[in-house]
Design a protein around this ligand. Sequence first.
Ligand code: HEC
Length: 152
Amino acid sequence: MEFYLSNRFIAISVIVGLFFLSCKDEKKETDVPVVKKVEYQMYQPSEMAGFMNAMYAYNMQLKQQIVAGEAPVSMSLDLMTLHSAEMTKGKGRTVAWNSFVNVFIESQEAITDTRSNFELKERYNAAINNCLSCHKTECVGPIPKIKKLLIL
Ligand code: HEC
């Protein structure tokens, strides 16, 4: 127990030490919590980034339902937001984006289409693979995260 506690103490000391190291460029008199607050205010995710995160959360929920043997019947997202949302500065609707977006929207809607002849898991994975197709050219960063949505 004592050993465990002292290990934890060392770990916390190292983390705290690293924190102060990373702040060594800041002026000494500056109040650290105030500096952090300013940093948070500077991060403004775009409307599109916000919608992408909502799509991620929605599909994670679908995955859990499908794995549990339930068939999702309602689509809670307004996918037309993909056509209207403002994107991060420097990003835009490229030729590649335009070639992927409608294919994706159709596949996302097909998941809750109860008349479909295709297996639910197949339809779900097809939609997630369409997220990935677009991301391969338009925004590679979140690919490992999106892959976690696939039902293996
Ligand atoms: C037609 C192309 C396209 C499709 C389809 C697409 N994305 Fe994206 N995604 C993008 C682009 C471009 C961005 C960057 C948006 C920005 O920064 O304004 C992005 C950003 C993201 C982000 C990062 C958001 C952030 O916080 O910066 C996540 C997570 C994400 N997408 C998940 C998904 C998921 C999950 C799907 C499918 C359900 C999906 N995307 C479908 C193009 C696409």
